[in-house]
Design a protein around this ligand. Structure first.
Ligand code: UDP
Length: 453
């Protein structure tokens, strides 16, 4: 069965992809990398770096049978500040995708919905029949798309399952939770444990909860991934909406306590203002999915934090330097993801520019759309060192040996196997990652490592 996974480079998406592959599905990933990272995509599976609105070609090419639609923005706070982003990305583009599916006779879709569709629920634990009255634009966009699914079911016989996630957390395989910027509680607490942040800010302590801090139902990302596969397997007989949570809530303070125990580190906190759009308590009643699909959670909050902690520590040691080349070429906006990753990992980030003569800023000025250029210049803030160099494969290789990065994110329009840097990377235990592939000649190069920052 050929499954198109939108947002497959994201946190939940990429873990579900690994699970699907294990179960023998053919997976095709469609992700524009606006929030996902290319690192998270397993090797050797088709990855199309495009918007969901451009899904038609992919669907035809790969003979898709069903879609799992993860691609979305998912920051509650951002959705309050910039609702238009959420209406555009989560709703309008998803509607375009839905229409593409209809036109191409694909009538199976699993949708990543959210408990944010309930708003501030009257009855907790929340059942699927609780009134849906979102209190932030993020929840509203998820709810509106759910409504569209229902309409397409009635009018066109669409088979869908919408999974209303509670708080996804934890790590699995080599993927963990991190966003740039990070706003989620558990990764932020673990950053404090790692000494990357001084303290965790608790958003309000006078909520109507036992210790005054917000209560959430944290669900392990692997439990979530498994639910998608069960949903897929049951689409012929089941259609509708299911809560995905553990039925147990933990307050912000309780989560901090569990993190303290597991990491064995002190975690200082500070009480600050409430965050807009945060309901006091969100805990799932998951009876429906248990009874109808036979799903139940395998992991609890201790497992979640243990796995997340392991991942955060491992990555910290693993990727401490990233070298990027071809950085200012127009199509290398994708490299920003590596810059952001390096920033998140607290590693040192080295950028290798092609020589001024060759392209670098000059070419950037000519070819690069202004908004992309702005994003790249913005990302440059996070770079520790920048070198300029001339175009010559051999000198790139020499420089890689000299710099010994953990990761080399290559630029240029050739494949990894075509360039001599690959051999150098293999011999020096440097992981090589393809950039987006330039349409212009720009193999990465440096001689003399002239440092400009
Ligand atoms: N939270 C907090 N401090 C932070 C981040 C989050 O107190 O720095 C709280 C937040 O108010 C919410 C809970 O932790 O009650 C979970 O927030 P998160 O952003 O992880 O997920 P959300 O519930 O918004 O999906």
């Amino acid at each position: 069965m050929n499954i198109l996974v939108t947002g497959g480079a994201g946190y939940i998406g990429s873990i579900t992809v690994r699970r699907l592959i294990e179960k023998g599905y053919n997976v095709i990933i469609l992700d524009n990398l606006s929030r996902g990272i290319k690192f998270s995509i397993p090797e050797n599976i088709p990855f199309i770096n495009k918007d969901i609105t451009e899904a038609e070609e992919v669907i035809k090419q790969y003979n898709i049978d069903a879609v799992i639609h993860f691609a979305a923005y998912a920051y509650v706070g951002e959705s309050v500040e910039n609702p238009e982003l959420y209406f555009d990305n989560n709703l309008m583009k998803s509607l375009v995708l839905l229409e593409i599916l209809r036109r191409n006779n694909i009538n199976k879709i699993i949708f990543s919905s959210s408990c944010a569709t309930y708003g501030d629920p009257e009855i907790v634990p929340i059942t699927e029949s609780e009134k849906q009255a979102p209190i932030n634009p993020y929840g509203l966009t998820k709810l509106l798309f759910e409504r569209a699914l229902q309409v397409y079911k009635v009018s066109y016989g669409l088979k869908f399952i919408s999974l209303r996630y509670f708080n996804a957390a934890g790590a699995a395989y080599d993927v963990g939770e991190h966003h740039v910027p990070e706003t989620h509680l558990i990764p932020l607490i673990l950053d404090v444990a790692l000494g990357k942040k001084e303290k965790i800010k608790i958003f309000g302590n006078d909520y109507p909860t036992p210790d005054g801090t917000c209560v959430r139902d944290y669900i392990h990302v692997l439990d979530l991934a498994d639910a998608h596969i069960l949903a897929l397997e049951n689409l012929d007989t089941k259609t509708g909406f299911y809560n995905l949570g553990t039925g147990k809530g933990n307050s912000v303070k309780e989560v901090i306590e569990v993190c303290k125990e597991i990491t064995n580190k002190d975690i200082p906190f500070e009480i600050v203002e409430k965050r807009a759009g945060d309901p006091p308590v969100l805990v799932a009643d998951y009876k429906k999915i248990k009874e109808e699909l036979g799903w139940k959670p395998k992991y609890d909050i201790n497992d979640i934090i243990e796995h997340a902690w392991h991942w955060h520590k491992e990555l910290e040691n693993k990727h401490n330097i990233v070298a990027i080349s071809g950085y200012f070429d127009p199509v290398h906006i994708g490299h920003i993801e590596y810059i952001q990753l390096a920033k998140k990992l607290g590693g040192k980030l080295i950028v290798i520019l092609n020589s001024d003569k060759q392209c670098a800023l000059k070419k950037g000025k000519v070819f690069m759309p202004q908004d992309e250029r702005k994003k790249i210049l913005e990302a440059l803030k996070y770079v520790d060192e920048v070198f300029i160099s001339i175009d010559d494969d051999a000198t790139v290789c020499k420089s890689l040996v000299a710099l010994k990065p953990t990761i080399f994110a290559k630029g240029g329009d050739r494949f990894s196997y075509e360039i001599p840097e690959s051999k150098t990377c293999r011999e020096n235990n440097i992981q090589i990652i393809d950039g987006l592939g330039a349409k212009i000649q720009s193999s990465s190069d440096l001689t003399g490592l002239k440092q400009i920052k």
